[in-house]
Ligand binder design. Structure first.
Ligand code: NAD
Length: 462
């Protein structure tokens, strides 16, 4: 079909519109200079949302899903450019996952008792305006996913995003409000400030109109939220071990673990951060990691250089987080072949590259005497975060023993970690896994209050 002038104009207009949204001035589409003003706007918007039918909320959510997909590549590129972390291809996939698999209003279920004394219901009602703090590792993914769930529950949301990802976060918040307006809803269903800081976060946490705060990030922010005196949903850090026993399909285990570990350069909190393998299959596993899965076997000297670079002065070097394996190797003077995806080595569980949550494709392998020893070492490595753990085994008794001992919100068996997000596994998607406070994988119902609605002596028609 020949391209007409009007078609070209349409495309130009579409691109210009997107650019304008990316640079939307303060106060427009949910972006404010002042946190109190932002909260005020979200409060006014929530009054409108509160009166909407579930069907109207769902119309906005459908529009958010469509816009998330249409903008998946732009958001993925912005995220990588702004933070320097992750990779565009996997970030596109993550946005599609959010669009396709984040639950909407269907997640709100009603419990009913009906009998001689009438009808009683438990309904899920909104909190109002929810405060949300989001990480730089999945910036727009978390904002879009949180808003779908929170809006489905009848809430609006004020974000204090990570300052290192503010442009990407603002773009996502613009999109959310555009979607709402397009679907006949109000502006400011999601809001933020131009320059989020610890001060704006404190204003949000202490504000009288914020009854609930959802914190997605490291231990610092979760502790801050849980000390705020408000109800908090704490989605904190992890250090997920992948246990491999002698009954596993070792070849497949190696492939699954590297696929999970390297997804978005290991940024997801659920991603495999180290392996604990029983001794009888450790050599075979190492063989498959290196010979079939593009892993680079780091020497003792290279491991030491990695420790100096990645954990400079004992602190996690932010310049290494979310970088690919080849870049990390180049930082220690190793020019690795183009196909290298992951760095592996064998070491004790106390090795700093194993015990620390690095969020980069470095996989230390810990050798365990037997399965009981593997469980003990894995539990130690998870540091009581109760976040995520993985296992490759065909022995149901072993899997059960591990599941009970490690007691995490997520346990993936015989698959890459991302199966837990509904990617290559059943179930819904979320980017806020409330490991610390126990809600687990959050969804619309997590962001609602249970309310009992009683009709005495009537409406039982049995
Ligand atoms: P981070 O803790 O540095 O920042 C997260 C957010 O908290 C940011 O918005 C930051 O500005 C804010 N923040 C940090 N300290 C704060 C404080 N004392 N008071 C108020 N706000 C504060 O984390 P990050 O580097 O952006 O993300 C990576 C971390 O988040 C990892 O530990 C990862 O495991 C975790 N994470 C957890 C989940 C989950 O669902 N459980 C999801 C993604 C990331």
């Amino acid at each position: 079909m020949p391209i007409s002038e009007s078609m070209v104009q349409d495309i130009v207009q579409e691109v210009m519109a997107k650019m304008q949204i990316a640079e939307a001035p303060a106060g427009k589409h949910g972006i404010f200079k002042d946190m109190n003003e932002a909260i005020e706007a979200a409060k006014a918007s929530q009054k409108i949302v509160r009166k909407m039918s579930l069907d109207q909320r769902e119309k906005i959510i459908t529009c958010i899903r469509r816009k998330t997909k249409e903008n998946a590549e732009i958001l993925a590129r912005m995220g990588v450019d702004e933070t320097g972390m992750g990779n565009v291809g996997d970030k596109i996939l993550k946005h599609h996952l959010v669009a396709d698999k984040t639950p909407g209003t269907e997640d709100l279920s009603t419990t009913a008792w009906s009998g001689d004394r009438g009808l009683t219901l438990i309904e899920m009602g909104p909190f109002g305006v929810i405060g949300a703090i989001t990480p730089c590792t999945n910036p727009s993914e978390t904002i879009l996913c949180n808003t779908i769930g929170m809006l489905a529950g009848g809430n609006t949301v004020v974000f204090n995003p990570h300052p290192a990802a503010i442009k990407t976060s603002i773009y996502a918040i613009n999109l959310l409000n555009e979607a709402s307006l397009e679907a006949g809803g109000p502006d400011n269903i999601a809001v933020t400030v131009e320059k989020p800081t610890l001060e704006t976060s404190n204003i949000m946490m202490k504000h009288k109109d914020i009854p609930l705060i959802a914190a997605t990030g490291g231990p610092g922010v979760v502790t801050a939220v849980l000390s705020s005196g408000k109800r908090g949903i704490g989605a904190g850090a992890g250090n997920p071990p992948a246990v491999v026993d002698e009954t596993a399909d070792i070849r497949k285990a190696a492939q699954d673990i590297v696929n999970g570990c390297t997804f978005d350069n290991n940024l997801p909190c659920i991603a495999e951060k180290e392996i604990v393998a029983v001794a009888s299959i450790t050599d075979e596993l190492m063989h498959y990691l290196v010979s079939e899965n593009d892993c680079y076997l780091a020497s003792k000297e290279e491991q030491d250089k990695l420790v100096e670079t990645v954990l400079a002065g004992g602190k996690l070097n932010r310049k290494c987080v979310g970088r690919d394996a080849k870049t990390l190797l180049s930082m220690i003077g190793v020019n690795a072949p183009a196909n290298i995806r992951c760095i592996v080595f064998e070491g004790p569980k106390e090795h700093p590259l194993i015990a620390t949550e690095l969020m980069m494709p470095i996989l230390g392998v810990v050798r365990a005497k037997d399965f009981d020893d593997a469980v003990e070492q894995a539990v130690w490595l998870e540091h009581g975060n109760r976040h995520s753990a993985h296992i490759h085994s065909k022995n149901i008794d072993n899997i059960t023993k591990y599941a009970k001992a490690i007691d995490t919100a997520i346990l993936v068996k015989n698959a890459p970690s991302y199966a837990a997000l509904g990617f290559g596994g059943e179930g819904y998607c979320t980017f806020t896994i409330a490991s610390r406070t126990g809600e687990g994988l959050t969804s619309a119902s997590t962001f609602t209050k249970r309310r009992r609605c009683v009709m005495a002596d009537s409406l039982c028609i049995r």
